[in-house]
Write a protein that binds this ligand. Structure first.
Ligand code: ADP
Length: 562
């Protein structure tokens, strides 16, 4: 801007200079021409009087340099000329000033030379004898005058130019200074030019509007961040070029980064699945895929954000489906296991029944086949009971109100029921500790005690022992079932609480196991916020302890030990 003002001032100064020179010279030229003409008239008058009185003798000894005097007869013949020889001169009757003088008494005219460098002024007067006296004077034309004055004009021009450059530079800086010093943060506090006031008011109004809008945007951003920060699902906002605009902590953790706003998403994860997912979203389609991220499995949903028919951004959602997939896997395995477990006793029952019905069994073998059918049917009943119990636990529909249950009494009752098989195997049953109560579902607490004691007898050795201990601790009630049985190898200890998991399948079946007992114990314990601890040494025995919190909570959200 300074440059433009500087240039404009310079151009204006030069323009004004030239215009002034032209005007000034024109006016001066006109003024001096007028003076010259008046003098010429006066001289003509004087000379005419002289010639009128003295005739041709007037010219004798006349010494004039500036003027040319010509005396012309009434017929146009030149009688005398102060410059040229009259004999060679043409008739002057047609000259304008001569014609005027002959007609009116006086005549004037001017003529330019061929080169336009000179102009001649003529003044003629008719004498009393009818002849005409003409005086002429040569005058420089404006062009000649200008050329003659070129040098001083140039000198003045250079001086004027330098002066105007200096003034233009100072002036432009002075004009621009208040503009440069404008405080646009506080537009209304400036007192520069009055002409700027409407502009400054407008800027102030727009700034207030921008501040209001940015505050609204920040507020929305804060709300969005508050919502997304707490989400367990990952959420990433991308622009159409796949640059991260916003990312919540869950997504940042999954992509293994901290704050990656501004980063190219595919530089954080280069997997082909993510690449093709985002490519589809860039093409304007909703897309989803499953991906391994960290230790989990995630469902990724990419939705394009359309603005004016074009993809302006992408919302990427990362949902943890590890649990869901695991649950589905477990369900599939469970169904397969149930069918398998039911098929075996059914085949046995069907085979025995077929033989009996076909009369192919000797009468003395009938009791054997009948007892086989009974045993398999019992196994199936146990299996179905356990499956039902488990599915009730899964669905949280186990009936019964919570009430104070005496675990000692439950254990006493259970050991009494197990006394027959224990006696057959020579196993000693012992109940230690004190009467302790737990608030819970009696049916489930009984399942816990039953399955633990039953296993302790089933997987015991001959002449072994089972000791059930009930204790009240500072903040818990513990039930521990200890046996002197076969024990569980360490590599199986983690898994025996899974459904249908058995260390030794044939032994379990032999002793009537379903593979579901400890799963029921795990679920029932979880429902009572109890923790399970297992200690087992192969060949020497197993101790399983269930610790119920002193004030068992009702929600059942605490985890069991397994
Ligand atoms: P099962 O009906 O087969 O006993 P459980 O779920 O009760 O099923 O137990 C799972 C497996 O854990 C059993 O098959 C057995 O191999 C092992 N097990 C459970 N309790 C004991 C124990 N007290 N001593 C040794 N092994 C045990």
């Amino acid at each position: 801007m300074t440059k433009r003002i500087f240039r404009s001032i310079c151009l204006a100064a030069i323009g004004v200079f030239f215009a002034s020179v032209v005007l000034f010279m024109g006016v001066l030229y006109d003024y001096f021409s007028q003076i010259q003409k008046n003098q010429l008239r006066m001289q003509t008058e004087l000379a005419a009087q002289g010639v009128d009185r003295d005739g041709l003798t007037y010219f004798e000894g006349l010494d004039i340099k500036d003027y040319r005097i010509t005396w012309i007869d009434a017929d146009g013949t030149v009688l005398y000329d102060s410059v040229s020889d009259t004999s060679g001169m043409e008739n002057h009757l047609e000259r304008e000033e001569i014609r005027q003088a002959l007609a009116d008494g006086t005549g004037e005219s001017s003529r330019y030379s061929v080169t336009l460098m000179e102009r001649s002024l003529y003044c003629a007067k008719r004498l009393t004898n009818g002849t005409v006296l003409r005086l002429s004077i040569a005058q420089n034309t404006l062009l000649t005058l200008s050329l003659g004055m070129a040098q001083p004009i140039c000198a003045i021009f250079i001086a004027a130019l330098l002066l105007s450059l200096l003034l233009a530079s100072r002036l432009s800086k002075k004009i621009v200074k208040p503009l440069n010093e404008l405080d646009l943060d506080e537009p209304l506090k400036n007192d520069g030019y009055d002409e700027l006031t409407p502009l400054l008011r407008r800027i102030d109004a727009q700034q207030r509007q921008i501040r209001r809008q940015s505050e609204e945007l920040r507020q929305k951003q804060r709300e969005f961040e508050t919502v997304t920060q707490g989400m367990s699902e990952g959420i990433v906002l991308l622009n159409s070029g796949l640059t991260v605009l916003s990312i919540n902590p869950a997504a940042a953790r999954l992509l293994g980064t901290d704050d990656c706003a501004g980063a190219y998403i595919l530089s954080l994860n280069r997997s082909a699945e993510l690449r093709s997912l985002l490519q589809k979203a860039q093409d304007g389609q909703n897309a989803e895929t499953l991906m391994e991220l960290g230790e989990g499995r995630y469902q990724l949903n990419a939705s394009p954000v359309m603005t004016g028919g074009k993809v302006s951004g992408i919302v990427l959602l990362l949902l943890d489906v590890t649990q869901k997939e695991m649950a589905e896997q477990l369900r599939r395995e469970f169904s397969a296991n149930v069918s398998h477990e039911l098929k075996t006793p059914l085949h046995t029952i069907s085979g025995c029944a077929e033989l009996l019905a076909g009369g192919m069994v000797k009468p003395e073998d009938v009791p054997h086949f009948s007892s086989q059918i009974y045993t398999e049917a019992q196994r199936m009943i146990c299996l179905v009971t356990d499956i039902l119990r488990l599915s009730q636990l899964d669905e949280g529909t186990v009936g019964g109100k919570r009430e104070e249950v005496d675990l000692y009494a439950l254990a006493e009752q259970e050991l009494a029921e197990l006394s027959v098989p224990a006696k057959e195997a020579g196993i000693a049953l012992r109940l230690c500790g004190e009467h302790v109560s737990v608030r819970g579902v009696p049916e489930l607490l009984q399942s816990i005690v039953h399955n633990l004691c039953d296993n302790a007898v089933k997987y015991n050795r001959r002449d072994g022992s089972v000791t059930v201990t009930l204790k009240k601790e500072a903040d818990a009630v513990s039930l521990s079932v200890e046996d002197t049985g076969i024990g569980i190898p360490p590599e199986h200890q983690e898994r025996i609480f899974e459904r249908f998991y058995r260390v030794d399948k044939s032994r379990s079946k032999e002793v009537g196991g379903t593979g579901l007992g400890l799963s029921i114990v795990k679920h029932a314990a979880r429902l009572h916020n109890a923790r399970i601890r297992l200690r087992s040494v192969p060949g020497s025995g197993t101790t399983i302890t269930v610790r119920f919190p002193a004030s068992a909570s009702e929600d059942g959200s605490a985890k069991s030990g397994f």
